[in-house]
Design a protein around this ligand. Structure first.
Ligand code: ADP
Ligand code: MG
Length: 397
């Protein structure tokens, strides 16, 4: 449960607040090309300033692996940060103590890429102790880095009064509403390419959900396990036993598993490829070059019927190979309905995953979801039921 403190519960007037953020933004030719991550930390920075605290930003950029790599300097983010915060942002790439000593109320300071230090990824206590001398309070607003036990996400949290930032609190609240203590019935769409990358997810979800809708390439492996022969489709033949185990477990936990009953099948994976709808069941036998690349209309119909019976929906992974039309059809149709049900206040919808977010954007449905997590790995680990070190470290006081 939530034992961590929020910014509102902290005494920070006149204090320096070491704030771990995720500003690992995409950059091309020296400029930030997508400021989403920066925009999302603005409420936290504003809250700290409104309470009279001085934010000192701690962040990583790229994978410098404990060495100074000039191309991975956080300096590159300064113009975008200043634009987002509407003020000058000071920067320190050495002699942090001096830079911190000169801070005044109203200032914001960004420290150089924390991963330039070898102690960061090792969660080195001495490095964390040095960071701790720079501030009075610790605020973690980087949920997307919370699955890693690094000095700036884990060890440091234990050395200072610690709290979750606005974005972190929002993300944890949304996840808690989706899977921690959801309004039932609660269901999930789990799709994407492979069962092998989502085994822990499937195993945790069948324990907690009322309905699990399996789609995408991973549904093929489940159909294979039931006896279908799927030609050139993406399957993981070595995981059919695992698929059977998951289906058996779901029976004991009372989680219904919904598999596609038809698929959009093509012989080529390219835009506009000739595609036909074929029924999918234990007896399906496709020719060697035929591939199931999307769910068919009957399946979409069944998914929509399931959605309308749910109060809470979790979504990770597309229902088909959505990057190439027409194989985005099922994902787009289902995403639009989920967004509509959410708008009608009939559904709480939470989605995450790199390709999932791209697919929901492609369907113009992302804004309609209750919450979209951009946290990738951390989102998945949370959904897998794992303890995130960066969150657990906030729980100690
Ligand atoms: P996420 O990043 O949201 O966790 P995944 O990476 O697990 O999602 O899966 C996304 C990928 O799954 C996409 O590249 C998509 O093309 C692929 N995919 C979905 N359905 C199929 C299918 N039937 N055959 C081949 N690939 C598929
Ligand atoms: Mg992916």
């Amino acid at each position: 449960m939530m034992a961590w403190k929020t910014l509102d519960q902290m005494e920070i007037a006149g204090k320096k607040v070491l704030t771990r953020v995720d500003i690992n933004v995409p950059v091309e030719d020296g400029t930030v090309t997508d400021t989403t991550r920066i925009d999302r930390i603005v409420p936290t920075i504003e809250a700290i300033k409104a309470k009279g605290g001085i934010p000192i930003l701690l962040a990583h950029f790229g994978r410098p692996k404990g060495k100074v790599v000039p191309e991975m300097s956080l300096r590159i983010t300064l113009p975008a940060l200043e634009e987002a915060f509407g003020q000058t942002v000071k920067f320190a790439d050495g002699n942090y103590a001096d830079a911190v000593a000169q801070l005044e109320t109203g200032d914001i300071l960004l420290l150089e890429n924390v991963r330039f230090a070898p102690g960061e990824e090792k969660n080195d206590p001495e490095f964390a102790a040095r960071l701790a001398t720079l501030g009075d309070v610790y605020c973690n607003d980087a949920f997307s880095a919370a699955h890693r036990a690094h000095a700036s996400t884990e060890a440091l949290a234990k050395l200072l009064p610690a709290c979750a930032g606005r974005l972190m609190a929002e993300e944890l609240g949304a996840l808690e509403a989706a899977l921690g203590s959801p309004n039932r019935p609660v269901g999930a769409v789990v799709g994407g390419a492979k069962v092998s990358t989502k085994l822990d997810l499937l195993n945790n979800l069948v324990e907690k959900l009322d309905v699990l809708i399996i789609g995408g390439g991973m549904a093929n492996t489940f159909l294979l396990a039931k006896g279908a022969s799927l030609g050139g489709s993406l399957v993981e033949a070595d995981l059919t036993d695992t698929a059977r185990e998951i289906m058996a477990k779901a029976k004991t936990t009372g989680c219904r598993i919904i598999l596609p009953v038809d698929g959009l099948v093509a012989r080529e994976f390219k835009e506009g490829a000739a595609a036909e709808v074929i029924a999918l069941n234990a007896d399906t036998t496709l020719e060697a070059d035929q591939m199931v690349l999307d769910a068919g209309p009957e399946s979409v119909h069944a998914v929509l019927a399931e959605f309308s019976g749910l109060k809470t929906l979790i979504w990770n992974g597309p229902l088909g190979a959505f990057e190439i039309p027409p194989f985005d059809t099922a994902t787009v149709a289902a995403a639009k309905i989920a967004a509509e049900l959410t708008a009608d206040k009939r559904l709480v919808s939470v989605a995450g995953g790199g390709d999932t977010v791209a697919a929901l954007n492609q369907a113009d449905a992302a804004d309609g979801f209750t919450y979209i997590s951009t946290a990738g790995g951390a989102f998945l680990e949370w959904m897998e039921g794992k303890t995130l070190p960066g969150v657990a470290a906030l729980d100690q006081q």
